[in-house]
Design a binder for this molecule. Structure first.
Ligand code: AMP
Ligand code: GLY
Length: 434
């Protein structure tokens, strides 16, 4: 079959790379794309990712066997809804179902009704009422925008004064009537859990760890993610099955019952607290950079599983997917000035993008890059690429990833040096522990 991937990040390079390696896939094309994706598939010219009608028209004309929607923007814009009339299996939830990500208050309400453990929260449209709530709270509350804020919608303040500032800033940044959520702050370790969900059917995929802060030791500002690894040796397969039973299945059932059946990958951001795992957020897509470490570890016929998920064919979705033994470690190289004001337009060398034929220890997925006419790459965004190392242990995978990073030449380029270092130092290997 021919597959169309929508999006332009490192996640989409990894998706296109992984799908292009499937036996049943003849070719992959990409709407959006980046400087690296031409190594795995042609970029569709003249179709704008943001134009859902144009994307659906193109897909229909080219008769793809599968359309895979990578980022949240097109989901919230209703691309999956638009695709329904084309009858092309489309991987990604409808706009109504994608509210699990695009509306924090909707997600909270669904969790409450499904009995899923999450931080207690209240939502507000009135700034004064929100500020009064902040003042009355004993501990500083987490402040969240109830709209898609491209990673900038969550503030975790240290004091209630900071919380009040965050509330005012958020309300100042949107039109009157917008809603914010004030949430109890949880403490613990964060992991990202992924499952394919098709109506009530759930196939747990894997757990990954993302590094959201810019600098080593989890310091500095929040980013889209500076690195990741999978699997998580201290949160194994049986723990993931617990999350399937306690989180994914009840939510899938609730969504179906309420008339918003969910079809796509569901990503639960979990806080592992002293009282057990609690959901911080849902995303209606693969994480970035989690996808870059998860997809290269996933064996089996991915395209068929995604078709199965799209058309609610449980057998096809369960199919042959399995995480391979070992570990993958991904290190993001970002532009100088990221995340506040990334400097772009700089040359990137030593970062040959992975093609479908590459299946070695080191993979390179591009993100904020563009291929120039002379074939060289230049930066156009904050996160430039993810170097992914794979191996039988975290040590081997991590060494490979950092070997790749060391080859990258980018003026002012920055990266964390401590991705998976704790796992390596403690001698944990990637074999599935339980
Ligand atoms: P979210 O987009 O909801 O995942 O929030 C982004 C980040 O903010 C999360 O990955 C956490 O690090 C942090 N965060 C969100 N909600 C909470 C909470 N209730 N308690 C503590 N930290 C949180
Ligand atoms: N890595 C976090 C995200 O994709 O939202």
């Amino acid at each position: 079959m021919d597959v169309l991937v929508i999006g332009s990040g490192g996640r989409e390079h990894a998706l296109a790379w992984r799908l292009a390696r499937d036996e049943g896939v003849r070719r992959v094309r990409i709407v959006g794309g980046n400087g690296g994706t031409p190594a795995v598939g042609e970029t569709v010219p003249d179709v704008d990712v943001r134009d859902v009608t144009a994307v659906a028209r193109h897909a229909s004309r080219e008769r793809y066997g599968l359309v895979v929607i990578g980022p949240e923007g097109p989901l919230a814009a209703g691309l999956a809804d638009e695709m329904a009339s084309t009858r092309i299996p489309t991987f990604g939830p409808t706009r109504a179902a994608a509210r699990l990500e695009s509306s924090k208050s909707f997600a909270k309400e669904q969790m409450r009704r499904a009995g899923v453990a999450t931080a207690s929260a209240q939502s507000f449209t009135n700034p004064d009422a929100a500020l009064a709530h902040v003042r009355a709270a004993e501990l500083p509350l987490v402040v969240k925008a109830d709209w898609l804020a491209a990673g900038k919608g969550v503030v975790v303040p240290e004091t209630s004064e900071e919380a009040a500032v965050a509330v005012r800033d958020l309300f100042d940044s949107v039109a009157p009537g917008a809603r914010i959520v004030l949430e109890e702050r949880l403490t613990g370790t964060e992991v990202s859990a992924f499952a394919l969900v098709s109506d009530e059917a759930v196939v747990p995929l894997a757990v990954a760890r993302d590094y959201k802060r810019l600098d080593d030791g989890d310091t500095g500002p929040n980013t889209g993610g500076m690195g990741a690894f999978a699997p998580v040796p201290w949160f194994g397969q049986s723990a993931l099955e617990g999350i399937a039973a306690d989180v994914f299945e009840p939510i899938a059932w609730r969504m179906t019952r309420d008339g918003f059946p969910y079809r796509g990958v569901l990503y639960a951001g979990l806080m592992l607290t002293d009282d057990g795992p609690m959901v911080l957020e849902f995303n209606a897509r693969f994480g970035d950079p989690e996808a870059q470490v998860l997809l290269p570890m996933l064996d089996g016929d991915l395209a068929s599983a995604l078709v199965g998920c799209a058309i609610a064919d449980r057998g096809l979705m369960e199919g042959s997917l399995a995480m391979r033994a070992g570990a993958a470690v991904g290190v993001v190289v970002a532009s100088e000035g990221y995340p506040d004001a990334p400097i772009t337009g700089r040359l990137v060398e030593g970062a040959e993008p992975s093609s479908a034929a590459d299946d070695g220890e080191l993979l390179c997925f591009h993100a904020g890059t563009r291929r120039r006419r002379d074939g060289r790459h230049e930066t156009i965004g904050g996160r430039v690429l993810t170097m992914v190392g794979r191996g039988p242990s975290f040590g081997v995978a991590r060494d490979a990833a950092y070997r790749g990073v060391a080859q990258v030449e980018l003026d002012g380029g920055r990266y964390r040096t401590d991705i998976a270092s704790r796992e390596v130092d403690s001698g944990l290997d990637g074999a599935r522990p339980d």
